[in-house]
Unconditional design. Structure first.
Length: 304
């Protein structure tokens, strides 16, 4: 088997697994929802869901927890995709949680709303009584996410106990939960960043332009490249703004997501760039660097 056929076979196998998981969610839960950020992983989930239930409509809504600090390109893409596919979209805003006094806005050089969205997410799950939340987390992203099961149970406070998880057996997804509990579901848990990009290339999936090389006003801090095109990212007066050709490998809150130097302007070039990269995509996420166990602590509290 040549390399191309082997790669295609691998991607097809991952697609089949993810579609199986999507269908199990629809079969086992009463009120599932797909968490959508406008990033490449959640866009991939939407394509998988479309294929899983075609020609019927996706049998659950999308939900975006909007920090208010998203890249404009991502929000524009989100709204257009939902309209084109005729999907149901729920939006809940971190700003509302701030206004209600449930969370406090951070301040200073490293201020971010990324952690604040946990409260907004848990409130939304309670509001709509969702019993399964489908997300695009992958095991290769970060060591805490590598501990997750595909069907990962949260207690009635939305918290995750990483030391007390169910066995995960092949093709046996246990959706039994107690009253008040919900399940986080990760259909692309076994995928890598390269797998996602290879699938996007294979399926010719449109994604936000921010993922491709473009000229952007930026500044340097802590060895990372930050966008200066907005008023969200804190910048010192002596941090010089220069135009650079960059792209974003991951799309999150603008205040914690850095760019990378790149001239990859199309999907094929991005795939090649990822093949040759020795740095994780989350190396450009400052929120993961707050402590050695930053992600795990956020997940224990209810973060996705």
């Amino acid at each position: 088997m040549n390399t191309m056929n082997k790669d295609t076979s691998h991607i097809n196998s991952l697609e089949n697994e993810a579609i199986y998981i999507m269908r199990e969610v629809a079969a086992q839960f009463e009120k599932p929802v797909l968490l959508f950020s406008g990033g490449k992983d959640s866009i991939t989930l939407v394509r998988l869901a479309v294929k899983a239930f075609y020609p019927a409509k996706i049998p659950f809504p999308l939900m975006h927890i909007d920090t208010g600090h998203n890249f404009p390109e991502t929000i524009e893409f989100r709204d257009r995709l939902v309209k084109e596919l005729g999907l149901d979209l729920i939006i809940r805003n971190v700003q509302d949680s701030i206004d209600q006094g449930k969370v406090k806005e951070e301040s200073g050089k490293y201020a971010s709303r990324n952690q604040l969205q946990t409260t907004t997410l848990l409130d939304a799950i309670e509001e709509f009584k969702f019993d399964a939340c489908i997300g695009g987390a992958r095991r290769d992203e970060e060591k805490a996410r590598a501990k997750e099961r595909i069907f990962s149970v949260r207690d009635d406070f939305g918290q995750w106990d990483e030391k007390n998880q169910r066995p995960e057996l092949f093709d046996m997804l246990n959706g039994d939960i107690e009253h008040g509990q919900n399940v986080r579901v990760f259909p692309i848990s076994n995928w890598t960043e390269l797998d996602v990009w290879s699938y996007i290339e294979k399926e010719n999936i449109e994604i936000p332009s921010i993922y491709f090389a473009h000229t952007r006003a930026t500044f340097l801090r802590d060895g990372l490249i930050w966008s200066a095109d907005d008023e969200v990212v804190f910048r010192e007066e002596d941090e010089e703004v220069l135009e650079r050709i960059v792209r974003f490998r991951t799309v999150g809150d603008m205040s914690c997501t850095a760019a990378v130097l790149s001239e990859a302007a199309d999907i094929a070039t991005v795939v090649q760039e990822i093949r040759e990269s020795t740095i994780s995509e989350r190396g450009a996420r400052i929120d993961d660097k707050r402590s050695e166990a930053a992600m795990e602590k956020r997940k224990q509290q209810g973060y996705f």
